[in-house]
Unconditional design. Structure first.
Length: 95
């Protein structure tokens, strides 16, 4: 799930992620291969470097890197890939 999250990268909003998916770009690898034509050369250099950093941090299991790049509302995206770092607490209350 995380490797299909493009909003991690500078200049990619939820809307742009949706548009890129329409163009067949679903993963970081897809973005590396096909993405340059959708961004200015300067923006692309930044995004390309960020993708490579994300891949390295993913391989080294650095959850902090991703936590710092996501809004709190998107932390659920980390669960599947970092289940060993995850804890869910269900708090029941009565009135």
């Amino acid at each position: 799930m995380l490797r299909e999250t493009l909003i991690l990268f500078q200049g990619i909003s939820y809307r742009r992620q949706k548009n890129l998916r329409r163009e067949g770009i679903f993963t970081w690898e897809d973005l590396l291969i096909k993405g340059s034509k959708y961004f200015s050369p300067d923006r692309w250099r930044i995004i390309e470097e960020e993708i490579l950093n994300a891949i390295e941090n993913y391989k080294s299991r650095n959850i902090e890197y991703f936590k710092n790049r996501l809004d709190k509302r998107d932390y659920y995206l980390l669960f599947k890939d970092f289940i060993d770092f995850s804890l869910f607490l269900d708090i029941e209350t009565t009135g």
